[in-house]
Design a protein around this ligand. Structure first.
Ligand code: F6P
Length: 323
């Protein structure tokens, strides 16, 4: 028998398009089980300061197509401390919360893993981050939308690059991961991608910049790339390769906003339903993943200990095509 009567849901870390669809799915599935649902505003911060609100089916009406997160989000330093986590638990007890769904990235699951062990409260995680860097899932919520946003922006930049024979260094998000850069590189036919997972790309970059056959270039730079961000790389190479008309575009936080794609809405909806199903099956400390078109469960232990690799196959495809 399951003794869960009331659950809480919150979003945490960087926002990602599709988080609202996930919140909606969690709320409606919980109501379908006749559970009560509370939303916690501003992630772990709100858990500590007691920002709990009761959610109904109506609370999540008309949000499936909206970017950002209606529950808002934050990164909490205080939750890293024992005192902070004690305050958070006091509030969960005060609001009689029996189980929690956290929607966020690896930092959020790390916190959830520690907290649920300390206070013996079931947590299930839904991966929501545009970076797509979570171990145990082919896709995180928000990645597909961000990738489409980046692709659209680069297509536009490419028009002007071709017209003027210029080289553009375009910086995309990815502090530790190059998934957005690499997939956008394949999708836009970029000449080169610079990503954190690969080192020693200087020689190749010089070759690209001195290729007489190609007067315009798109070079995508993931922000966490080892040679620095787009500004830094352009500064270093722009003078030497003056004739290439080097320009820089930092796409920034626009990559995190916007209406989620159909895929992100679908993914978020499936994961949201599965998260509550898992809690009702007495599962805990797991992330809901999506592998080979199937919803799967992975323990926080695994997601927190492992890093998702970029994949040799993708690198090869890019290598062959980026000529
Ligand atoms: O959402 C993940 C991410 O986009 C990283 O790629 C990036 O480094 C980070 O968020 C920046 O987020 P913020 O400006 O909110 O600190």
């Amino acid at each position: 028998m399951n003794r869960i009567k009331r659950i809480a849901v919150f979003t945490s870390g960087g926002d990602a398009p599709g988080m609202n669809a996930a919140v909606r799915a969690v709320v409606r599935t919980a109501l379908n089980y006749n559970l009560e649902v509370y939303g916690i505003n501003r992630g772990y911060m709100g858990m500590i300061s007691g920002e709990f609100i009761k959610l109904t089916s109506k609370s999540v009406r008309g949000i499936i197509h909206r970017g950002g997160t209606i529950l808002r989000t934050a990164r909490s330093e205080e939750f890293r401390t024992k005192e902070g986590r004690k305050k958070a638990n006091d509030n969960l007890v005060k609001y009689k919360i029996d189980a929690v769904v956290v929607i966020g990235g690896d930092g959020s699951f790390m916190g959830a893993g520690i907290f649920s062990q300390e206070y013996n409260i079931p947590f299930v995680g839904i991966p929501g981050t545009i970076d797509n860097d979570m171990f145990g899932t082919d896709y995180t919520i928000g990645f597909d939308t961000a990738l489409n946003t980046v692709t659209e922006a680069i297509d536009k930049i490419k028009d002007t690059a071709l017209s003027h024979d210029r080289t553009f260094f375009i910086e995309v998000m990815g502090r530790d991961a190059g998934f957005i850069a690499l997939k956008a590189g394949i999708a836009t036919g970029a000449e080169m991608v610079l990503i954190p997972e690969i080192s020693g790309q200087e020689e190749k970059l010089k070759q690209v910049l001195s290729n007489p056959e190609k007067k315009s270039n798109i070079i995508i730079v993931a922000e966490g790339n080892k040679m620095g961000g787009a500004e830094e790389v352009a500064k270093k190479y722009g003078k030497k390769y003056k004739t290439r008309g080097v320009r820089v575009n930092v796409l920034g936080h626009m990559q995190r906003g916007g209406s989620p794609t159909a895929f992100d809405r679908y993914l978020a909806s499936r994961m949201g339903v599965e998260a509550v199903d898992a809690l009702m099956d007495n599962l805990r400390s797991i992330m809901i993943g999506y592998e080979n078109h199937k919803v799967v469960h992975i323990s926080f232990n695994k997601t927190n200990k492992n890093k998702r690799g970029i994949g040799e196959e993708l690198l090869r495809v890019n290598e062959i095509l980026a000529k």
